[in-house]
Design a binder for this molecule. Structure first.
Ligand SMILES: O=C(O)C1=C[C@@H](OP(=O)(O)O)[C@@H](O)[C@H](O)C1
Ligand SMILES: C=C(OP(=O)(O)O)C(=O)O
Length: 450
């Protein structure tokens, strides 16, 4: 553990119901897909509203290492990136290797190796210490089946070397994606550039995070690729030249979750601006989930408004599709008036940390009663007390601690800076939400904000 990880952040308690308008930055999942497809396109692209946080900076740095130009500019005073792909993605040469740091970013560690295989030389991959524990073997094997040479020293984990040759045969691959939807997304994102395209067949139990695969299909099609997803568990990407295009990134709805949770828990109101009317983002499920937990939820042209005040209720839900919302929902559940059971989330053991174990340990450390089950969590609310809430380099563990701190005095979150993985400056946003008196809650339900 580094000294940075031991720094404690005193989570502010809410002294009154929150009443805030919140603007969250761009979606991590959308930003990194747009960057990657832009890098694989035949011409330049622009990306407006992209997230600038650790995970997207890692993606940009990785693409630059492969010869892609990413430049920051402005359009109507808002940041816009221009991405210019090279004629040929470049790996190392003359005994040198290109080097990619994946950090702890699932979207970088899964999405980049299939792209590195298209580079004209070797690309070395490694990441944070815990990246070596996240599931990678399935993707490494799938790439080998598609004709890519990878030297992983038989670890099926980082570090490894992708021996890019400038071209990938592609074709049919069978894999088991029960540990992560990102294995499938990774192959679909790069597959247009493989000589025979790619046909991915999932063999195994239910796939987690299906909306993220739908987002991938949507993005590949938007880039000019062809994806046949007409048969469940099978995706066919035809060889295609991807077009450069202008991407506009939606706000990150999963990162809106802690702020919306604050409205529910404090009996206040939060409006998140620019909530899309239709989206493939998993976070859109918050509308139904928070309603079930007691919130009033309204989608208007002003954004999504969540209002609490009618109690906080427990929830029985299969969260397989929306696993990344679990830490937020678990924090709310620990403060509810009835028990909650979350199922379908065994794959969270392979996220930034083992989230099932971490949530149980940390909530119980504050006096809670959380039981880890085979594929989920059982949460029985109990009066909580202050204490240290460890975050395990997991941005969503850190925000879960912040949520608990609203209702429980004396919660100290370890390494709050880890929220910078996907949400730059979370502590300032949180403080601004608590300080805001943005609107009269009685009018917010009509969408009258500001
Ligand atoms: O493709 C993506 O952008 C993501 C897919 C999901 O991963 P898993 O399928 O591993 O849960 C999700 O949890 C993660 O936050 C982002
Ligand atoms: C699982 C997550 O991230 P990653 O993209 O690193 O898998 C997450 O953000 O909840």
């Amino acid at each position: 553990m580094t000294s940075a990880e031991k720094i404690l952040w005193s989570a502010p308690s809410a002294t009154r119901p929150v009443a805030a308008d919140v603007r969250v930055p761009g979606s991590k999942s959308a930003t990194n897909r747009a960057l990657l497809l832009a890098a694989l396109s035949a011409g330049p692209s622009t990306i407006a509203g992209g997230l600038r946080a650790r995970d997207s900076v890692l993606m940009i740095d990785a693409l630059r290492e492969l010869g892609v130009a990413v430049e920051a500019g402005e359009r109507y005073a808002a940041p816009v990136w221009t991405v210019t792909p090279p004629e040929q993605l470049t790996g190392g040469d003359g005994g040198d290797v290109a080097r990619v740091d994946v950090g702890l970013a699932g979207t970088v560690m899964r999405f980049l190796p299939p792209v590195a295989a298209l580079a004209d030389g070797p690309v070395y991959f490694d990441g944070d210490p815990y990246a070596r524990a996240r599931p990678m073997g399935t993707l490494i094997q799938a790439l080998r089946d598609l004709g890519v040479r990878i030297d992983d020293g038989d670890r099926a984990a980082f570090p490894f070397l992708v021996e890019g040759t400038g071209s990938v045969p592609g074709g049919l691959v069978e894999l088991d994606a029960t540990a992560s939807s990102q294995f499938i997304s990774a192959l679909l994102l790069a597959g247009s550039r493989y000589r025979r395209g790619v046909e991915v067949r999932h063999i195994g139990g239910p796939i987690p995070s299906q909306p993220h695969i739908e987002m991938t299909v949507e993005f590949v099609r938007a880039a000019g690729g062809t994806v046949d997803d007409s048969e469940p568990g099978r995706w066919v990407v035809a060889p295609a030249t991807l077009r450069g295009r202008d991407w506009v990134i939606e706000p990150d709805l999963s990162n809106a979750a802690p702020f919306l949770a604050a409205a529910l828990i404090t009996g206040g109101t939060v409006t998140v601006a620019d909530w899309p009317a239709a989206t493939t983002q998993a976070g859109d499920a918050l509308r139904g989930l928070l309603r079930e937990m007691g919130a009033r939820v309204e989608l208007t042209t002003g954004g999504l408004t969540v209002t609490g005040g009618a109690g906080v209720h427990g929830l029985e839900a299969d969260l397989r599709d929306v696993g990344e919302l679990t830490p937020t929902l678990a924090a709310i559940a620990a403060l509810a008036d009835s028990p909650s059971r979350f199922t379908g989330i065994g794959h969270l053991r392979g996220h930034e940390t083992d989230r099932l174990a971490a949530l149980a340990r940390e909530i119980n450390g504050l006096g809670g009663d959380v039981t880890e089950e085979a594929d989920g969590l059982l949460i029985r609310p109990r009066p909580l007390h202050g204490g240290v809430f460890a975050s395990y380099a997991d941005h969503r563990m850190a925000t879960a601690g912040a949520i608990l701190g609203l209702a429980v005095p004396g919660v100290q979150v370890e390494d709050i800076a880890t929220t910078g993985k996907t949400l730059p400056d979370f502590p300032a946003m949180w403080a601004a939400m608590l300080a805001a008196d943005d609107h009269d809650p009685s009018t917010a339900s009509a969408g009258i904000v500001g």
